[in-house]
Design a protein around this ligand. Sequence first.
Ligand code: SF4
Length: 378
Amino acid sequence: MKFTLLQWHTSTISPVLDGAETRYYDLIWSQEYYHKPDAFWELPKWAGELSYCLDKNRVYHTFRVLRKVESLKCDIAFGSVLDSNKMLYKQLATVNKNVKFIFGGYIDWEYFSELDNVYSVDSIEDCCKMFGWEYHKGVSWTLFKGEKCIPRITLSDGCRHRCKFCTIPNKVNAMPEYYIDVQIEALKDLDFELIYVDDKTFGQCSNYTELNRIKREVDRFNDKFKGFIVQTTATTIPKIDWDKLPVYAIEVGVESYNDEILKEMRKPASVRTIDKAVRVILDAGIKYIPNIIIGLPSETRHTYLSTLNHLLGSDILHANVYSLAVYDDAELSGEIDKKSEHDGDETTQFKSYNTELKNKIDKTAYELIIECLIKKLK
Ligand code: SF4
């Protein structure tokens, strides 16, 4: 039996970005130590995890990047389905009736109901059960050998906060030591200078000091390694002794530089705590990356200007600017009358539940912020 892991090339599934967005992302990825793989924004974690299990069960497998719907030369194909690629996967399964497709993802599987060669699984463990393989929690990047990237590593999952727009579970779990070691070992196949720590709120779990050990281990096989990028909240930052950690940059969930909006979204931050966090970050010689959300319900022209002023007045490496995605499991979803798929998409500003005026304000704010950031980063 021939097993293949599939992934659509980013350019096949992404909407064509307008000129300003493309220029902005190009600027971010041209920064020192930043490397983006050609085919995707980042290495597909599901593929690394499944590949690890297949290796452990001695199942030979390959990886294939798809740019169009085509005929596959395998018996079993695995893929991760999203709303943005489900149409392509449906076409692929339709023209490859002889291939059995095993899909994971968070979509409504009714979409594939007329295809009897498509099966869905809830997890990698579930997938292993389906084939009678033993499940092993780990990751392997051998399919991506030599890939230039910013790989991820996970020390914990969950977050203790309860921001209204977020779906991260509230219980914080430390990853077992062996799993951290497996992740370090897997990094040997990759070409990188920075590692992104996937923990949702870095510092909440006591094992965050593991960064020093991981740095020592990685230094043994990668003399280009510069340090870690972590993400956390403004209120956590002053509680950590950053001088003792090999952190290159910190992403801070600023979202909006306005107290009323932060309070309304139950974000554990205020303008005052954000300012304090930025001082701590810069004093420690670390780069500051604010994360911004466009489209929060009470945003106005005035509040967007406040956020823009913060971005322009701060010493930032760059900013991550997303549009609000209202996920079904988020508390905010209960307060909003969602009517369109785009309401859960963080790449589009137009939302079906907004008034025409609010959509216009959000879109204008997004475009203005991107244009200003381009000028600032140049
Ligand atoms: S702090 Fe971040 S991860 Fe935690 S609930 Fe809020 S948005 Fe989610």
